[in-house]
Design a binder for this molecule. Structure first.
Ligand code: SF4
Ligand code: SF4
Length: 193
């Protein structure tokens, strides 16, 4: 929030945090960036709530897609990108299917996750998946138990993918390297240890 209480005790800072919104809290460019990445006219949202009513994550958590839409339009970048609820969307697309304004709240969330990731705010499982894809070409690679099961079924131990044709891995790694994703995943994961 804009008005910072400068107490020494961090717990007190959080407890007495100013919960009002002020104009300097808003970055008007934020919604434009989100719309550009998400390819949806998020600012057309009129807060009907159909999205939250459709959302499988909402009844089980504090995640509210409608609230994220509102905050995005208000440009509350800091608050959104540091909110752990941002990662509770399952990307089921129910909200996108039902929005009466033909918006894609799912894509708004994905755009905002991209922006959070650019700031190194990203759950560890995404980073580990990046490492696995880099190493094997798979987010969920084959393992010995599966190889044995495949053999029993009369299948080759390795499927017709990069597991069997690792010569395709360098091409895949080139794409990942182009965006610096593996390097970044390694760096963030090692810092967290
Ligand atoms: S369903 Fe669409 S218009 Fe309604 S609150 Fe959600 S995003 Fe906004
Ligand atoms: S796509 Fe995400 S926000 Fe939309 S209904 Fe599904 S879980 Fe909820």
């Amino acid at each position: 929030m804009a008005v910072k209480k400068d107490y020494k005790d961090q717990k007190l800072v959080e407890k007495l945090r100013d919960r009002n919104y002020y104009i300097p809290d808003s970055n008007p460019e934020f919604i434009k960036e989100v719309e550009q990445i998400g390819r949806t006219a998020a600012h057309m949202c009129y807060q009907c709530g159909t999205c939250t009513g459709s959302c499988p994550s909402a009844p089980r958590s504090s995640y509210r897609i409608r609230l994220f839409m509102r905050k995005a339009i208000l440009g509350l970048e800091e608050e959104i990108l540091t909110d752990p609820d941002l990662w509770l969307c399952t990307t089921c697309y129910s909200c996108t299917d039902r929005c009466p304004r033909n918006l894609a709240p799912t894509d708004v969330i994905m755009a905002m996750r991209n922006l959070a990731a650019r700031r190194d705010i990203i759950p560890r499982n995404f980073l580990k998946t990046t490492q696995l894809i880099y190493e094997t070409g798979h987010g969920v690679p084959n393992n010995d138990a599966n190889r044995a099961a495949r053999k029993k079924l009369g299948l080759d131990e390795e499927p017709e993918t990069t597991h069997k044709y690792p010569e395709y891995l360098p091409g895949l790694r080139k794409i990942i390297d182009h965006y610096g994703l593996k390097e970044r995943a390694d760096k963030i994961l090692s810092e967290g240890e």
